[in-house]
Design a protein around this ligand. Sequence first.
Ligand code: BG6
Length: 498
Amino acid sequence: MPAQQSKTCTIVIFGASGDLTSRKLLPALFSLYLKGRLPEQFNIVGYTRRDWNDDTLRQLMKKSIENHMNFNDVADAWKQFVPHLHHVHGSLTEAEDYQHLRSALSEFEDGSWNRLYYLAVPPRFFTEIVSGLSQNGMTDQNGVWCRIVIEKPFGDDLASARILNQALHTHLDESQIYRIDHYLGKETVQNVLVFRFANTIFEPIWNRNYIDHVQITVAEEVGVGHRAGFYDDVGVIKDMFQNHLMQLLTLVAMEPPATFQADALRNEKIKVLNAIHQPSDMDLGRYLIRGQYRGYRDEEKVAPDSETPTYAAIRFDIENWRWQGVPFFLRSGKKLAAKTTEIIIHFKRPPHVMFPLPAGYKITPNILALCIQPDEGIHLRFDAKVPDTTAEMRPVDMEFHYADDFGECAIPEAYERLLLDALIGDAALFTRGDEIEKAWELIDPFITLPQGKNAPELELYEPGSWGPATADALLGKVGRKWLRGCAEHGDFSSSSDC
Ligand code: BG6
């Protein structure tokens, strides 16, 4: 990886006074520095409207590093790192501030340097910033490169995502745009591809002949907290499904790309999205469950009559040769019983059972659980004969845990990988413009919802539960139930509350 690193780069963070910079970006950049993965010559510039100077920014960033690691262990490295950190004062909306930024940057740079602009700001500023940079010649690539990293949400629906893409494309080439979905930076998410395509034994059975259905769960224990004001305008479907869950689905369902090049990968992902069945308005109720945790409307900055869903479960059907008849059930919510992100591949039962089983006993299907977080790993469940019985059997698990094989601290933060990839120009783990538009097209109907009797109700659920009971019915009516494959060693218990 470092072999592809450029010699120079100035990283400009718009929105550097925000939470994301101190919690994620700066620690990730410092960690890359410690690993020797930043360019030989680099500057990190925090651009804010605050009345700060370099020292203020450096002190704040030191605090954030102290929160992430034992500072004494890295104090010497920090001393060498800190002179690379600068603050530039300016607004996002005033044309002359961009001129000021341009001249400030040229003072830090010795000649023409590559530039990475990170837009950690609310989406309403994306276009303005890019046009401000472009009008001042700051996105030109004469002998250097210039890339822009854009945080989510990318648009608010299909129409606004299209407008945003068009606006960006008037100033930038698609190859300069890095749209972040931090889930793609997670090691365990990248490992879905390695698991599927670097091993021979799984791919031949990864299809409708062997797989009964797929479940993807992204559950959080926390509520909306201090983000309530933002969240109430967004809700779980925009916040989690349009991006993270759809990305997980495409990685599970895609065909093997010929190479690990960004476009080869993204071409396969968009084919999956194109093959997803779009239910009609009449049918939406069969595909969508919406819930809101009890007490959500009492959160500060939430409307007392808010109809914003904090939980959703959606069924997707992929209409292609590989996946015909294999439903994908996706669910996500806040204030659920546990924090877990997992993908469950639920295989079919054997077609014939030769064993004399007790009445009513059915062979347990094989279940493969890809544990994205926490306790990252993979569990495979199969039936085994109970010793000293004629043919009694019981499901057992074969487990792989990252912590056991690679050590407790082996997994870097998603932002570290994504920042490195943006610096070396590998866009494979970033979302392309057409992909993001297609995801909105699929998700929009679940947000706008038809009026009248076909609109799925918003159901209240208890904090600490697994969501509304109807979410169980979504699977129950087609003979399946939600599972937790990564809960504890050997626990593939149902997460249904019923
Ligand atoms: C963000 C959402 O994109 O992902 C948050 O806006 C959510 O609402 C978060 O809490 C979850 O990320 P992770 O990495 O903790 O699963």
